[in-house]
Ligand binder design. Structure first.
Ligand code: FAD
Length: 372
């Protein structure tokens, strides 16, 4: 009974439940993005989400705002405002310098209870998932993880949160109609990087988080970057992807060479990953990563819908396949019908020849184009 009372009191304190969330959203609940950062360096998904938040906020007639917890707040706030946020909430405190779920969750919940946002978005990264689930639990609201699409319901003004469900066999659109804020994590690469608005001053709201004495304190001894991150598909301008048509793990060496010459990185279809030819972190598609490079090579990839879901926003798609009827050619800007074991070495040779020609001029240039 005492426990019941305690829970009810906690609900009263944290839960921003409305009879219908649409009422709250329409009444000015902002669209927040929690900026994931290491000092002044933010994860690129955070900026992608600021751009997306701006569009959602415009549809709702509310402000988009960034939430920055811990060090580096001022610089990040300026970047957030230049990326489309109208405001930035900065929470500081001694236990917030290094990411740790408990104090960061307390700081986020405190801000949410005070300012009552309508929507909170985070990147679907290890840290974003950790923080989002802890904060949603405290706020007693719903959370949709790993979204691949966000929209506003034009009538009810609710956030439509779409994500693959049942092992990726269906796309489910989820709403949070009775609780506030509506929370979602979004995969990196789903939204484009926003343009830069140089003259965009935003409101900065600073606060010192009042953390419970029991809040965990983490001391960072050393930061060791994950070597896989250095090869990250996110942010790669050139991706050379291989599929089942490569026939064996060792043949990825050919794609590695081409990627290296073009300053890019290697990726794969699920068939190649399932065959054990390459790590699962390299998988592009519905159950892999979403990428949007300037140039995407699909080598020996048929173009199944689940693969296209992760790469069709690439600026230029070059497909190499020996089957002229392969569906990949429907999304390709350039299609080469042929044996990839002949085409890839020929491409490599041509790239090397042109680089040698360009010589001191700095080699081939890959220009960023407009996303499709
Ligand atoms: C729920 C679910 C989620 C999924 N998620 C993903 C995902 O995230 N990513 C993903 O990629 N797939 C995903 N899949 C699998 C997807 O449906 C396809 O099975 C997969 O993408 C096929 O990979 P592939 O194109 O490499 O192989 P295949 O479909 O077998 O295609 C191989 C291609 O290589 C060509 N080829 C063969 N030899 C050569 C050669 N010498 N030169 C040139 N071309 C050649 C063939 O003509 C063929 O078109 C998912 C499936 C399901 C059911």
């Amino acid at each position: 009974m005492a426990e019941e009372k305690k829970n009810a009191a906690r609900r009263g304190r944290n839960n921003l439940a409305a009879e219908d969330a649409s009422v709250n959203a329409a009444n000015g609940g902002e669209v927040w993005v929690v900026i994931e950062h290491e000092g002044p360096e933010a994860a690129s998904v955070s900026w992608e989400l600021v751009g997306a938040a701006r569009l959602l906020a415009d549809e709702l007639g509310v402000r988009a705002a960034a939430v920055i917890i811990g060090a580096g707040g001022r610089e990040l706030a300026a970047r957030a405002c230049a990326s489309g946020a109208a405001a930035a909430y900065l929470a500081s405190g001694p236990k917030l310098e290094v990411y740790s779920a408990d104090p960061h969750c307390q700081a986020l919940v405190e801000l949410a209870v005070r300012h009552k946002p309508g929507i909170i978005l985070l990147g679907a990264t290890t840290r974003g998932r950790d923080l989002a689930s802890a904060a949603a639990t405290e706020l007693e609201t719903g959370l949709t993880a790993d979204c691949t699409e966000l929209k506003i319901d034009p009538e009810k003004k609710l956030l439509l949160q779409t994500r693959p469900a049942f092992g990726g066999n269906v796309m489910a659109t989820i709403i949070t109609p009775r609780h506030q804020p509506q929370m979602a994590t979004v995969r990196p690469g789903v939204f484009p990087q926003p343009g830069h608005l140089p003259e965009a001053p935003g409101e900065i709201i600073t606060s010192r988080a009042r953390l419970k004495a029991t809040a965990a304190s983490v001391k960072q001894l050393e930061f060791i970057p994950d070597p896989e991150d250095e090869l990250s598909l996110q942010g790669a301008k050139v991706i050379v992807a291989g599929g089942r048509g490569l026939k064996a793990a060792r043949n990825f060496a050919l794609l590695e060479e081409l990627a290296q010459e073009l300053g890019g990185t290697v990726a794969a279809s699920r068939a190649a990953v399932d065959a054990g030819w390459i790590s699962a972190q390299r998988q592009v598609g519905q159950t892999g990563q979403t990428v949007r490079p300037v140039l995407y090579f699909a080598m020996g990839i048929s173009g199944a819908i689940q693969h296209l879901a992760g790469m069709q926003a690439s600026d230029i798609v070059v497909a190499v396949n020996n089957d002229p009827g392969a569906p990949i050619f429907e999304v390709a800007d350039y299609g080469i019908v042929g044996d990839l074991f002949e085409v890839a070495p020929a491409l490599l040779e041509e790239v090397r020849r042109r680089k040698a020609q360009a010589g001191a001029a700095g080699g081939l240039r890959i220009e960023t184009g407009t996303s499709k």
